[in-house]
Each structure stands twice: as C-alpha cells, then as structure tokens.
Design a protein around this ligand. Sequence first.
Ligand SMILES: [Zn+2]
Length: 284
Amino acid sequence: MSLLRLFILCALLGSLSLCASAQTSPNPQATGPAAKIKTKVKSKAKAASYADSVKFAREHYVIDRDSAYIDPRVGLRKLMGGNRRFVENKSIRPRQDRAALLNVEKKQRPFAVIVGCSDSRVPNEILFDQGVGDLFIVRTAGQVMAEASYGSIEFATVALGTKLVVVMGHQSCGAVDAAVNRPEVPGHIVALINGIKHAAAVSKDQPGDRLDNAIRENVLEQVAELRDLDPILSKKFKNGEIMIVGAVYRLHDGHVEFLPETLKNLPAFRPAGTASAAEQAIKH
Ligand SMILES: [Zn+2]
C-alpha cells in the first residue's frame, strides 16, 4: 500500500495515531523489558505444560488415538496401556464427556474390534480405559460367533476401517463352564455349547485347571476361525491389512493377558492399497 493511500485511509478512519503506530514501529510495550519477561514467563509456562503432558502420557501409558487407528500394532499397545491404567487404578476415562459424544455424532473410527463375552463382569471400555467411538464390540456368551457376528466384524473392518480385532475370553466364563461340565442345556443355549465343545474336548487332558484351559483354547480356536473366515477377513489378515489376536481377561485383578500364541508369526502390517515389494516387482 502506498503512503498516500495509507494516509487517505487513516484520515477516513479518523484514527491517525493507530495507523501511525501500525505503519512505523510496533507497540513499544511489545518489545520493552516487561514484555520480554511476560514472553519468557509465557513460554516457560508453555514448556512446563508440554513437559507435564509428556510426563503424564508416559506415566499413564497414553498412546495417540489417530496412530492407533492407522496401525493395529499401535492399537494393541493402546489397549495394553489402557488396561494397565485400569489395573493400577490410574484410569483417565478419555473421551467420555459431551464433547466426545458430539465429535462422533456423524462418523465413527473405532481403532479396535473386541469380540467378547456378554458377561456383565467384562465391561470393555472400562477395563481398557477407552471412550466413546474407540471400540466396536461384538458380544455373545462365550464369544461364540455365527453369521451376524461375522457380518459385524466385517462391517467394522470394511466400512469403518478398523484394523485390529481382539477375541477376548475371560476367567470363570459361564458359557465355557457349561460346555465343560453341563453338555445338556435347554433351548438355544445349546448353540453356545456346540460352539465351545470342541475347545472343551481338546483341552480336557491338558495339565492345570480344566476350565481355564478350555477358556484359553476357545479363544485360540476363535482367533483361527476369524483368520480363516472367507471372503473378507482371511484375505485382509493374510495381506497384513488387519491384525487378529486373542486375549483373556482375569476377573480377580482386571488384567488382560494377550495370548502370546496369537502374537507370533503375524503377517507384516501393510495398510490397504499398498503393494508389497514382491508385488511391485511383478507389476514392473
Ligand atoms: Zn463368559
């Protein structure tokens, strides 16, 4: 802006002093000693609050929400961190306020699917210390799955982009107990028993507690079931686009044990749409 035009503008506004200060030198107060101290105090406070937040995140095992959604390995760490907070009585109850409700009103991006038991003693958001929009949960007694469960899990991985699937059994599961000890049950409960009886039979002669063994075996079989489930999950799992793992929740201390058998030899994580080096070599 030329000086003449600026002068005319100032005259029009009738605030020559304001324009002059804007045109020539900045407000002397902004560069004086008082301002310097103020800025120093402000930046010190900012640095302190950043350091506090880093310290808090480290001490409370907080993992970034967006990274957990993008990468299932980070999602797994986020669940482990949240469960550790819960066990240590340091829950932070994230995303459980009104703002969180409004934030997911139009769209959800859960970072994990939990395939768990309907048991009232296994409250997923509480024991993983997560909030609204974080977990997509499919629950039946003994986490026995059928068509509707499969469709729900596929919906989460295809439509919502969730990349981590956790099958989670729990200690003292009544459905598994029934499959182990009461094979004769009334009504549709038989469908649950039928879904678990193979795991109960396979684990029958294993050393240790019979029910605990059956609970574990049931989870292992359900993880295998999902990894082999055509046409969507099996492909996504083999391609490394999603991770499917198993876990068991302990009622007496709140700890979730991720089963090491299901964490081994996983296909390398590869976000959907990215081709492996071998595939790229074939293309060229
Ligand atoms: Zn149960």
